[in-house]
Design a protein around this ligand. Structure first.
Ligand SMILES: *[C@@H]1O[C@H](CO)[C@@H](O)[C@H](O)[C@H]1NC(C)=O
Ligand SMILES: *[C@@H]1O[C@H](CO)[C@@H](O)[C@H](O)[C@H]1NC(C)=O
Length: 277
């Protein structure tokens, strides 16, 4: 039998240990990450940077895999937003946001964008250390913002309620990598747990079920420069990359896993001049 004070000590140790685990594994809060993502959506809508808390030194901005001046990029114009949706990676202190903006004003271009926002390593979500955007518009791969909007707005992106039903971080990372490896690794496609009712929206091209007619190797150029945002609560992974297997294209692949199987795949791909397909 443990004495009361010994029990208290054991309990205290357990609580401290759990607090330690939480602080080691969850570095940023979901709320903080999503608030920063929303400040980006507002900036995108207004075409103004003043609501964005950027780090004073070392802030990094890139558009379509190239370092750029944020003041001259996509945020320098206002946009009417038809859809925005964000996910949060509490371990990497990062968020992912998809925005669909249909052309409506006289001089506005339609956009479908994929943006990853990162925060300082100390877990402070009130400042943004980098914004990394893939911005597809007319001329991008299978681009049609209206059609993309039609498909994506019907999807269910509710949080996966029970923790037991959430895919692990490891599984999400594996699925994201295996997807991008399909062009260079003949075995990658069969390693992915395709859901029977999986839907893919590739630009505006819709495929259901999506686990058929997949690439099985053939390219020698691995899709590189991968940046991840993994959200177990949403069951999603977004990977920004350079889609080198088909020719150096700025690209975003987002995948949602439900019940251990792939449910949605979204790709946003910009065709660069050096494309060789
Ligand atoms: C972004 O999406 C949320 C949820 O659908 C919505 O409430 C909000 O108004 C949207 N923001 C903009 C700027 O459109
Ligand atoms: C937004 O939509 C309104 C109404 O259609 C239009 O007048 C305005 O020019 C649009 N703004 C942009 C940036 O497209």
């Amino acid at each position: 039998m443990l004495s009361r004070s010994a029990k208290d000590t054991v309990w205290f140790t357990v609580v401290c240990f759990l607090a330690l685990i939480t602080s080691v594994f969850a570095k940023c809060t979901r709320e903080g990450l999503l608030a920063a993502a929303n400040s980006y959506v507002d900036a995108f809508s207004a075409g103004r940077l003043d609501g964005l808390q950027l780090t004073l030194s070392n802030f990094a901005y890139q558009e379509n895999n190239k370092a750029a001046d944020i003041k001259r990029g996509i945020l320098s114009q206002s946009h009417n937003i038809s859809l925005n949706r964000s996910t949060a990676d509490t371990i990497a202190c990062a968020s992912y946001t998809m925005i669909i903006s249909l052309a409506s004003g006289s001089n506005s271009k339609p956009y479908v964008t994929a943006t990853q926002i990162r925060h300082p390593a100390d877990g402070d979500t009130s400042t943004i250390s980098s914004i990394d955007t893939i911005a597809a518009t007319t001329g991008s791969l299978f681009f049609n913002a209206q059609k993309t909007f039609g498909y994506i707005q019907k999807e269910n992106w509710g949080v996966i309620e029970t923790a037991a039903n959430r895919p692990s971080r490891e599984l999400l990372r594996k699925v994201g990598d295996a997807y991008l490896d399909m062009w260079t690794d003949a075995k990658a496609a069969d390693s992915i747990p395709w859901g029977a009712d999986c839907e893919r929206v590739e630009g505006s091209q819709y495929t259901r079920p999506c686990g058929v007619q997949l690439p099985r190797g053939g390219s020698s150029k691995r899709n590189g420069n991968r940046r991840y945002v993994i959200d177990e609560v949403m069951g999603s992974v977004d990977v920004l990359c350079s889609f080198d297997a088909l020719g150096n294209m700025p690209d975003s692949h987002e995948i949602r896993v439900e019940g251990g199987e792939v449910k949605y795949v979204h790709t946003i791909t910009v065709i660069s001049e050096r494309r060789v397909v």
